[in-house]
Write a protein that binds this ligand. Structure first.
Ligand SMILES: [Fe+2]
Length: 385
């Protein structure tokens, strides 16, 4: 395709975040459009006209798009939007097809460097990869020529590319827990890179992938230059799942998975044991995380709204601020907490049980079906939204 006639999801989001003027024409069906839309950090001017309406009445082009600004056309996979973009160009409108459509939007990872204090910044770096379409966050941590990845998505080549660009070699791939909302890229990334795939020992015997178990208090050391290495410490934080694990990177950056978010907490009901797991989560939030100082920076695995992305592009929050502002953290008894969870949570999407089985390695899925499973934003939080 002519480059002038196409654009990428990356460029679309750059334009949207920068507030550049354009119109996004979404040509998917009504139900697809209602269920899941592109979100920019600033409001996107959006128009929804299904593809079949254009097929039936190409005259629609002239009616709605007559002011000749740039129009980006989007559909589910990038096919029918290409046809509509061509119709628009034939009518003299500057129109580009968004390549790959919503599938590409759901896969795209935006890398952002997490700011560190000066003494840590010259020893190591933390990259947050923001899966904008789903609100999933994963991480690449590099010290010296060694790197680890935490909570990778299926788009494993993006991690391999970033690690290579940082001049490092991947030495470990970690999952904070068995994810329910998206398919883990952990096993595949480990296979591709030769690194070990690591998960909490507490995940239990259900896991069929070959894993190196990690345990409370264990330290993963990156970099071997004297005085220039990094310790990543394993902190068990069960509750969202029994094996949920957090990782303390350096002095005060805590990767929490789905235990705690910037504006909420993880839901404890996805295994069907809301009372049991809820009680465990309560103790994790108040005792395990309660022991940590206010200035610990929480780097979660999800966010629910683009407003949680800070001006510097990072999704992160101080633990002290989160403790003060998240409503569920104000509850002071485990029983009350469990009751609040029961009444707040609605049934999770049905597909989650199949995603869990695939992440455990007890079943497998083809790439095309996997893309279908992952349509839409995450529903991992128990609160705040
Ligand atoms: Fe989760």
């Amino acid at each position: 395709m002519n480059a002038e006639h196409a654009t990428t999801v990356e460029r679309l989001l750059e334009k949207a975040d920068a507030g550049e003027p354009f119109l996004l024409l979404d040509v998917r069906n009504d139900d697809e459009y209602e269920a899941w839309k592109v979100e920019g950090r600033r409001q996107i001017e959006m128009l929804h006209i299904p593809y079949f309406d254009f097929v039936e009445d190409p005259g629609l082009v002239a009616q709605v798009l007559s002011d000749r600004r740039e129009v980006l056309v989007l559909c589910a996979k990038g096919g029918s939007s290409g046809f509509v973009a061509e119709l628009l160009r034939a009518a003299g409108i500057t129109a580009k097809n968004v390549e790959g459509g919503m599938i590409a939007y759901g896969d795209y990872l935006q890398p952002v460097c997490v700011p560190l204090d000066a003494d840590e910044a010259d020893r190591f770096e933390i990259w947050q990869l923001n899966r904008r379409g789903k609100g999933c966050l994963s991480y690449v941590i590099r010290c010296g020529t060694a790197a680890i990845v935490v909570d990778p998505s299926r788009n494993v080549r993006a991690y391999a590319r970033l690690v290579e660009r940082l001049g490092a070699r991947l030495v470990g791939v970690f999952d904070t827990h068995v994810h329910a909302d998206h398919l883990s890229g952990g096993p595949e990334l480990a296979r591709l890179s030769g690194a070990s795939y690591c998960m909490a020992a507490g995940t239990g015997g259900e896991l069929k992938h070959a894993v190196t178990p990690v345990r409370e208090g264990e330290e993963i050391r990156l970099g071997d230059a004297p005085g220039r290495s990094l310790a990543v410490r394993v902190v068990e934080t069960p509750g969202h799942t029994p094996g949920s694990t957090s990782f303390l990177v350096g002095r005060r950056h805590l990767l929490t998975g789905d235990t705690i978010f910037v504006s909420g907490i993880g839901r404890p009901d996805l295994g069907g044991y809301v009372a049991e797991w809820g009680r465990v989560l309560y103790h994790t939030l108040h005792e395990r995380l309660g022991a940590l100082p206010d200035d610990v920076v929480i780097l979660p695995a999800h966010y629910a709204d683009v407003s949680e992305i800070r001006d510097d592009g990072v999704v992160a929050g101080r633990l002290g601020e989160i403790r003060r502002t998240v409503l569920e953290l104000q509850i002071r008894s485990a029983e009350e907490f469990v009751e609040a969870m029961k009444s707040a949570l609605s049934a999770p999407p049905e597909i989650y049980s199949r995603i869990i089985a695939t992440n455990l390695g007890t079943s497998q899925v083809e790439a095309e079906e996997a893309a279908e499973w992952e349509l839409g934003k995450n529903q991992c939080a128990a609160s705040g939204h």
